[in-house]
Write a protein that binds this ligand. Structure first.
Ligand SMILES: [Zn+2]
Length: 117
C-alpha cells in the first residue's frame, strides 16, 4: 500500500502582509495595534512592531558589548491578529477577490475596498 505524503503543502499565502497595521486580539498585548515588520509564511507567524516583547538574556557581543537583558519583538501567530483596514480604519477580516486580469487582490470585508499594499 502506498502512503501519500501529507506533508506537501501548497504555499500558504498569508492575509497579512508586511507594512500592514494589525490589531492583536489575543494574549498580553490584546487590543494593541502595530505595523507588521516581518512575515514568516511557512510558520504562519508575523513580527509586529512593539508587540510581544520578550526579554533575551544575552552575552556580551560585538554588536552589544555590554550584554545583559535585551528586549526584542517575538513572532506571534497570525490567528492572534486582525488586519486594520487603511481605508475605513476598522478592524476587519480580509477577503480575496479575483480581478478581470486574473490577479488576486485583498479586500476589506468591512468597506469592500481593495487593500493594495
Ligand atoms: Zn475597510
Amino acid at each position: 500500500m502506498k502512503r501519500t505524503n501529507t506533508k506537501v503543502q501548497r504555499p500558504l499565502k498569508l492575509r497579512v502582509r508586511r507594512d500592514d497595521i494589525v490589531q492583536v486580539i489575543a494574549g498580553n498585548d490584546r487590543g494593541k495595534q502595530g505595523k507588521v515588520l516581518k512575515v514568516f509564511p511557512k510558520r504562519q507567524r508575523i513580527i509586529v512592531e512593539g508587540i510581544n516583547f520578550i526579554k533575551r538574556h544575552t552575552r556580551p557581543s560585538q554588536q552589544n558589548p555590554k550584554g545583559g537583558i535585551v528586549e526584542k519583538e517575538a513572532p506571534i501567530h497570525v490567528s492572534n491578529v486582525m488586519v486594520v483596514c487603511p481605508k475605513c480604519s476598522s478592524v476587519t477580516r480580509v477577503g480575496m477577490q479575483v480581478l478581470d486580469d486574473g490577479s488576486r487582490v485583498r479586500i476589506c470585508k468591512h468597506c469592500g475596498e481593495m487593500m493594495t499594499t
